[in-house]
Every structure is written in C-alpha cells, then in structure tokens.
Unconditional design. Sequence first.
Length: 320
Amino acid sequence: MKEFERMLAGCTFIVTGATGFLGSAFVRTLLEHQAKVIVIARRSSDHWRLSKYRNKYLVFTTELGGVCDFDIDKPEQTILVHFSASGVNQRDDDVEQMVQTNIVGTYHVLNFANEKKLKRVVLIGTSGEYGSGYGLTETAPLQPTSDYGATRASATLITKSYCERRGIDYTILRPFAVYGPYEAPYRLIPYAITQAMKGQTVKISAGQQTRDYIYIDDVTRGIITACLSDKASGKIFNICTGVETTVKQAVGHVVSIMGDRVDIETGAIDNIPGEMWRTTGNPEYAYDVLNWKARYNLEEGLIETINWFETVGFKLKSYK
C-alpha cells in the first residue's frame, strides 16, 4: 500500500478491538507505514495476531467503560477507530454481552472522543446491520435478522446521532464477508482450508446462502482511505465487491485451488438461526467518494489466503 507511506507516517491512531481479525490487520498495516498506534484492550486480550509487532505499539489496558481515564497527546491529530464487537461468532447467543460491548461500549468510546476532542471517530460496522438483501446501498433500511446485527445497527445509530449533535467528525464503514490471513479458525474459509490441509472432508450446511466475500487487504485499504479522507466525514460506506457467491461455491473454490484433495459434504450441519440468506453490497458510493474499490477477486484473495496458511498459519497453535 505504497500510496499511504507518506500520509500515515507520524499519524496517531487509537484502536479498539485491535487483537481481532480485522483490527489486527489494520494495526499491522499502520505500523508497517510508521504510524503511531495506541491499542485499547482488555487485560484478557490475546495479542497473538500482533506478536511480531508487540514492541511497536502502546497498550492502554482497560474495559471500554474505563477508556476516559486515558490521557493522550495531540488529540486534535488523533483518529479513533472502533473495531471492538461481541457476537461475531454467529452461533454466539450471549445477547447481554453484545449489548454491553456493541452498544454501551460504543457509547463509552464516543464519550472518550468527545471529552478528549479527537480528530475523528471511525466506527467499523457490519453488513449484518442490513439483514438479507442484494446490491444493498448505504441508504437501505436496517433490518437485521440476528441479535448481533441488531446491536451493531444500534451502534451505528448512536454514533451518528451522538456525533452530529456534538459536532464530532465521524465515519461509519460496513465491511461485508471479510476473509484472509489470521481469520478465526471456526470461520468458513479458514475451516475449509485447514480441513483440506489435513485431508479431511469439508462439512457445510446446504451452502446456498450467498455472501459478498472481500479480501482483508482490500478492507484495510478501504478503512485507511476513509480515515485519511476529508470527503469521508459524516458518511457511511459499504466495503464490499458487489459480487454474489454461495457458501458452497466459496468452499468449492478453496478445494479446487488446493488440488481437489478432499470432498465437500453439504447438509452436514444445520443452518444458523437468524442467518442472513442472501447478502451482497453495492460498492459504488465508496468508489464515487473515496476512489476505493476492491482489487482482489475471490480466486486471487483465496490464493493469497491459502498460501499464508500453508507457509505461516498452519504452524500456529490457533489452527492446529
């Protein structure tokens, strides 16, 4: 991402949820481009995705409710990027924790931004806020089908109203089905890859659900673009490709790229309650305003991901 080298050098970012899949990819990219990074993390957070960078970023250890106790230099030059979320695992049914993290936690983060007079707040939302739909634009109604989607939609609404009422600069981004290196092992793409590497059957549901799969590097580039662009102020953007792919097709691509060494068993697991059946976004607004669009198609992104698992990922204890 050479286009960011000079723009990021010397910038300061405060990042919540930095040890997760998306947050850690964002932090790694910032550090590789000489930005200053401050991570807000729980004491129990596992920094394994950032282990090679551990001495290159600062950590403020606290729950989100205690974030206002943290003092920073030059707040007017500091961007806060809020990734922290609960319920990403679609089989998670701890609604109370989702409310506390996704809604109340967001409120605490917004209070922090307001109190410290930060330059901008960037909320990382999710396509799950929309519910099912094809070619969804940023103006589509929010009709989430899960507790997770509902609490994330609530975070968007409170961010928008809180910031507009108090004159806080904000941007909201909605990534769709992100995949790539360091994704959690229970997720579809890492599961399919590791099963193929073990020579074991890949077991999925009927696999007719559709997703808008987007490679992690494209998402990270989209987030950085929005953080640095004045044109992103006060706006919401989809981070997606606009291409619809069934779960079965995605797994089929993985198995094919890896040499068709294992079988795929459809109907082997049940569908997830409240699961979105069809979801695809429209990326045109992000291109029109930010000049951002995905550079990787699904096959290219899967090849990068599989190569990472074969050379790095499969050696990590998280994937064994």
